[in-house]
Structure formats: structure tokens, C-alpha cells
Design a protein around this ligand. Sequence first.
Ligand code: ATP
Length: 432
Amino acid sequence: GHDYFNVKELLEAKMPYDILHLLKTAGEVAEELGYKVYCVGGFVRDLLLSYPNFDIDLVVEGEGEKLAISLAERLGGRVRIHKRFGTAVVIINDDFKIDVATARTEYYEFPAALPKVEKSSLREDLYRRDFTINTLAVALNPDRYGELIDYFGGRRDLEQKYIRILYNLSFIEDPTRIMRAIRFETRYGFTIEPDTLRLAQDAVERRMLGKLSYKRILQELILILSEPDPMPALIRMKEIGVWEYVLPDVDLDRADEGLWRRIPSVVAWFKERYHALYVKTWLVYLGAILALADQESREKFLACYPLDRQALKAVKEIEKAGMVWQEIAAARDIKSSWLDKLINGWEKESLIYLLLLVREEKIWEKIVEYLDRKEKIKLEINGHDLRILGLKPGPVYKKILDELYLLKLDGIVKDKDEEINMVKKWIKESWI
Ligand code: ATP
């Protein structure tokens, strides 16, 4: 039944002004259109848990698309509409996004299939969700603004710290929910409620995860590896029997705990030092996991799971990182130009993994020196300058410029004059 708890004050205490303005405006726009609008899901869950989350999902009883268009007009944003799904995204200032969906219900034609969708009420929309803690909604229309709607006991489960499904067939219909349950459990320090756990284990025993596509398993794995500390969730996956479906041959007990624990801080350090906005921490974790597998199971994984090209490249580089690191450690003199030959063009995630392997300060410093120079250094002369020096255009231009770049990386030539003098010297010595 209904529970008339009001979260208006909680919202005002926790949310920045622009979000409050947005929620209020959504309610006003809905009222004008004769619709009802609610914010739902993770945003409400995290509001009650005081866990930062500014991802707003709106559900509309009415036409979500029309509400999205009016809301974008009112807030000065853009709209992107996904007709097929009855959803829209309102984009404000190019970076803030609000998801808007028409209330809909889903049904499954067969277990583990993708659901079919139909229009419906808020209650039905919430009923198709994974866990009770994700079924909370807040009414936004002016006369009900802030009213918490709790059809399925989500607030009680938040208090008792339970991850609980809504109906017994939930995991059979969508086995990815088992991985989601584990993710929420470890993220919030909750427990999978005993009946829910039994049903999860049941679904695992009935081999339901085997019916999922590799793509969907990968999506959930990436979400788990994107959590601040994914290891407890991986161990839990093993306990429940899920890990077998992901990477059966990888023994998590063999993970290098020290390396694993340094991943967040090395990623953070790298992002800051190299102004790298988008580092995929999950890819570093995935590389670390695959490094535990033997050649054969790694190749099997890469053949089955649809990683994009960049991720595939990173995983392959990470595979080589162990050998590269040994080579570096064995070298007497570590020059930047030499490192460039080993790791030039590597993905950020692979470079981070290489740094994670390094335990000797001196080697760390050498690699960082190389990366620093790599970021700063650019040749000042180009083909035009070579022409002025009387050189005939051709493949030799690239050879000269590449060689000069390596000298500059090592600090042997420093500025434009020195670059030009070096080329002159090469001409005189008939190197070119
Ligand atoms: P996060 O904080 O990880 O983003 P979220 O709850 O916002 O958590 P999303 O993956 O963005 O998670 O999903 C949005 C909503 O859609 C969730 O609140 C959840 O209830 C619902 N949902 C997502 N995946 C499923 C699923 N497989 N089955 C049922 N409901 C799902």
C-alpha cells in the first residue's frame, strides 16, 4: 500500500539548486500537460541512503516524449528521442542528462530473452524492476511534490539492508539480475535477502546464466569492475557460482593483492598527471584478471566477449606488459627513446598496468620521465624546413623527423636551432 513519507526536505538538504529547479520544473510541465511525473530508481534509493547520485530518471504517466520536449524548452536544453523504446533524454549544457520514459510494462516471451514493452502505469513500470530498493519513486507534480511512493517495501529493505527481488521468477526471467544483486550488495554493504539468495542459487543451478548472450554478461561484468573496489563482488560471484559463467578458468585467489589494491590510486594519479579525463578503470581490472588466465582461456574470452577495438588493444598490451616490464627491469640504461620503441602508442590503461607492475622507484621514475616528455615534446621543424635545407621530398623526410624526435625525447636536441643543426650535420656526414 501507499506510504505518505515526504522527501521534500531531504531533497532540499542534499541536492544542488539546479537539480531542485529541474525536478520542480518537471512537475510543473507535467501538470500543464495533464500528466503525472515521478523521479524513480537509483536516484531515490541513493537519496535515502545519502549516497551521491545525480542521475535523474523520470517516469511519466502520459507521453514521455512530449514532456521531454516541453521540459527541454523550459530549461533551454536539447532532446534526443528513442521512439522504439518510448524514452527520451533531455540534455542541458551539453553535459547534464535527464532520462525520461513513458511508464511501461515488460513481459518476457521466454526466459532470459529481452523483454517486450507496453505502455502502463507507474506501479507496473516499477514492478518490472530488479529489486525493491530500486522501486522507490518521488512524485513531482506540484500538489504532491516530494511524496515518496513505495509500492513494494523498498524503504523497509533499505533500512534492513536487503537486496530483494519482487517476484519469484525474477532471476529466471533475467539472470543478469544475479550479477546486479551482487553489485548492489557489495556496493552498499547490504545482504541478498535469504529467499532471494535461494532463488538466485536456484537459477544458477538451473544454468540460466548459460542462456545469456556474452554481450549482456560483459555489460554486467563491466559495471562490477567499475565499482570502487570490485574484488569482494568477484569473490561473491564465485561463492554463488556465477564466476564459472564469466571466466571459468581464472582463479581469483591468485590475484596479486598488492597490485590490485593500488589500481585506484595509480589510476587517479595518472589521470591527474596526464590530464586524462577518460580512463577506463574497469579495463585495468579486466587486464589484471585476464593476466591470471592461461593463453587458451584468455583467447577464448577474447573470442566470445564483444570488447571494442580499444579495449581489445589494451587487453593485448596488458598481456605483454609482464614481459615488457622484465625487459625494462633488466636494462642497464633506460633511455626514453628506447622506451618509446617498447610502449609507444599504448592505451592509457595498458600504461597504467605497466606502472602497476613496477616496484622499483628508479624504473618508475624512468617511465614517468618518458611519459612526461612524450606529453610535452613536439618537433618544431617539419617537411617545409627540410625543403629549405635543400632536401628532396621523399620517404627520407619521415626517417629524419622520426630520428630527430627520438633525439629530442632523450634531451639531445632541445630547440628549433638544434633540430636544424642536427639535420645540417647529417647532410654534411652524408647520412642523408
Ligand atoms: P547505478 O547507481 O549503478 O547507476 P541504477 O539503479 O541507477 O544504479 P541502472 O543500471 O542505471 O542502475 O538502471 C536504472 C534502473 O533500471 C534501476 O533502478 C533498475 O531498477 C532498473 N534496471 C536496470 N537493469 C535491470 C534489470 N536487468 N532488470 C530489472 N530492472 C533493471
